[in-house]
Design a binder for this molecule. Structure first.
Ligand SMILES: *[C@@H]1O[C@H](CO)[C@@H](O)[C@H](O)[C@H]1NC(C)=O
Ligand SMILES: *[C@@H]1O[C@H](CO)[C@@H](O)[C@H](O)[C@H]1NC(C)=O
Ligand SMILES: *[C@@H]1O[C@H](CO)[C@@H](O)[C@H](O)[C@H]1NC(C)=O
Ligand SMILES: *[C@@H]1O[C@H](CO)[C@@H](O)[C@H](O)[C@H]1NC(C)=O
Ligand SMILES: *[C@@H]1O[C@H](CO)[C@@H](O)[C@H](O)[C@H]1NC(C)=O
Length: 543
């Protein structure tokens, strides 16, 4: 009886929403993700070397998230973003997925697009996936997205869309750009522009009787394959001649196109007439990688450490949220937020029910009304590398094995500017977003750029006693007073260190161990699949 009642209500409801023409009243949600972009690579954080006027204007007229944390690698952060759970809880922590692993975000986990789809949103992914691609049921279109156009693995070449893996049999390359379940061999162009065009087309073609959830997960500014890791159109690289380091010019050009795309996407929303009712978030998936494996010359300066480390440079990353409702506020939120908090925060922003079995915390009201954060514990656990870290009430404990080469302060040598560099104010005025904001009547004054001084981090860089953890020892930092993680407080506050360590030990009990990476399955070999990194494992039950 109840079921019949529910069903008829559902019918009536569907009928009503079908019959009533016009816009849906749920807000649209656009999530833009940069790949391996450093803390110091957006100009609203204070640097004049690489200018990101479109991203900055979203911060100046929205809310910059000063203490936004992610996991330190792609697969873990994307898993947490999609599920609202810490990566170690779903077994997705540590070393990122390779295309030859038969492993994925467990299909028992509900994803952010699934939550939105369930209540009638159109859901689209443009760009990177990287939480499983060996089986059909692991693909975005099996996990809540109506459509996917993009790469399924860690990165692709910016023009050839290939990804190279090094197996024991040698280097193995394959094509990794797909339209839903089909390799997109016909595509031409620079991948950031290709994704930009696709995102705009999704917006243009969107049926506004439904709300829209669109995730744009750019390849940029991740490095491409070894041999040609940094790629950008030559004229764009030429426009970066104020930058001293040649590699950093390429990187800056990669970031510039990403920033342009942010402006274009907001303009498309405005042209479509739906910007007023849209929430936009821009985040980095993890810190930049200034040297070593997959180096892209990103800078996390002055934060300590790189991608793949639990230091601030690996996990404290760029984040902001924008909506027309936020344009009158404080523009800077100082509370802690973790990537797992987006699920409940965005669902809450859309007036939807929040699941209770997740780690994420709904921070929407705190952000909107500039109140204290309800997030006070953050974990960064990687059982493959062998480290674990916890942040609680401004204290951070790191213990275990870290990659020493990635755990120092890097990149002060990369900051050189030749001459005065381009004018920041001109860059803002020239940007697409500047015109969009003026079209929709959102006030912006040049004096709003003072946010840069409020968010800029400066530290005393005396590193003579810098602490490195090991298996059996730890470092304790106060990351509010010492955001650069230089002064070890573990002998001063042994009780705090002990308490945090016992919290970590308790949390470890929830961990699903990461399976050994590099478990290469030869069935994945692209030459067996028309030279693409296509689905290579039959689905359960198909044997
Ligand atoms: C993916 O499939 C959906 C559903 O069939 C379709 O509407 C959409 O256009 C496809 N997307 C692409 C990029 O081909
Ligand atoms: C802005 O606030 C109004 C009133 O609370 C709400 O109806 C609307 O959904 C909000 N828009 C967005 C994009 O959050
Ligand atoms: C850390 O030490 C423990 C106990 O000695 C050992 O079992 C573990 O394998 C070590 N971990 C690493 C990553 O070296
Ligand atoms: C660390 O750096 C040293 C010196 O550059 C290098 O020889 C070593 O292979 C690096 N180790 C790792 C784990 O990257
Ligand atoms: C802004 O646009 C003007 C006119 O096109 C151009 O001369 C100038 O170089 C641009 N400046 C920046 C910083 O983009």
């Amino acid at each position: 009886m109840l079921i019949i009642f529910k069903y008829s209500c559902f019918l009536l409801f569907s009928l009503l929403s079908f019959c009533v023409p016009g816009k849906s009243n749920r807000p649209n949600v656009i999530l833009i993700i940069a790949d391996d972009m450093g803390w110091d690579d957006v100009s609203f954080h204070g640097s004049n070397q690489i200018l990101t006027p479109n991203i900055d204007l979203l911060a100046y007229t929205g809310v910059a998230l000063e203490r936004y944390y992610s996991h330190c690698v792609c697969t873990p952060s994307r898993s947490a973003l999609l599920t609202g759970k810490f990566a170690h809880v779903t077994g997705m922590q540590g070393y990122p997925l390779t295309n030859a692993e038969d492993r994925a975000l467990p299909i028992t986990e509900k994803t952010l697009p699934q939550y939105f789809k369930e209540v009638g949103y159109a859901t689209h992914l443009v760009g990177k996936w990287h939480v499983g691609q060996s089986r059909v049921e692991y693909l975005p279109t099996s996990r809540g997205f109506d459509s996917h156009f993009g790469h399924r693995g860690g990165y692709i070449d910016y023009y050839e869309y290939t990804l190279l893996e090094t197996w024991s049999v040698g280097d193995v390359s394959g094509f990794d750009l797909f339209r839903n379940d089909t390799a997109a061999w016909d595509v031409e162009g620079y991948i950031t522009d290709v994704y930009n065009k696709e995102a705009i087309s999704v917006i243009d073609l969107h049926d506004i009787s439904k709300p829209l959830f669109l995730m744009v997960a750019h390849n940029a500014p991740h490095s491409a394959n070894e041999g040609a890791p940094l790629q950008a159109p030559p004229e764009l690289v030429r426009s970066m001649r104020h930058i001293d380091l040649p590699q950093r010019r390429y990187y800056a050009a990669m970031v510039k196109r990403l920033d342009d795309s942010v402006g274009d996407i907001v303009k498309a929303l405005s042209d479509k007439g739906i910007l007023d009712n849209t929430i936009i978030a821009f985040i980095s998936d993890n810190g930049g990688i200034t040297s070593g494996m997959s180096v892209n010359y990103a800078l996390n300066w002055p934060l300590r450490g790189l991608k793949m480390t639990p230091f601030e440079g690996g996990i404290r990353v760029n984040g902001l949220v924008w909506s027309k409702n936020l344009t009158q506020g404080e523009h800077l939120w100082k509370g802690y937020m973790h990537v797992a908090d987006w699920v409940p925060t965005l669902l809450s922003a859309a007036g939807l029910e929040i699941p209770s079995d997740i780690d994420g915390i709904d921070l929407w009201d705190s952000i909107v009304s500039n109140r204290e954060s309800k997030r006070d514990v953050i974990f960064e656990i990687d059982d493959y590398t062998g480290f674990m870290a916890i942040i609680s009430h401004d204290y951070k404990l790191i213990t275990g094995v870290v990659i020493t080469n990635y755990s120092n302060h890097q990149g002060d040598m990369f900051k050189g500017i030749i001459g005065t560099g381009p004018s920041y104010e001109d860059a803002l005025r020239n940007s697409t977003l500047y015109s969009v904001l003026s079209d929709i009547g959102v006030p912006f004054e040049m004096s709003d750029t003072s946010l840069r001084n409020k968010i800029k981090i400066s530290c005393n860089m005396d590193k003579s006693n810098i602490c490195y953890p090991s298996n059996g020892t730890w470092c304790l930092f106060n990351i509010k007073e010492d955001p650069c993680e230089i002064i070890d407080l573990s002998s001063k506050y042994p009780d705090i260190a002990e308490k945090l360590y016992s919290q970590l030990k308790a949390e470890i009990k929830r961990m699903i161990p990461r399976k050994v990476p590099h478990e290469i399955n030869l069935q994945a070999m692209p030459s067996l699949h028309n030279y693409a990194w296509d689905v290579w494992h039959a689905s359960e039950g198909n044997f």
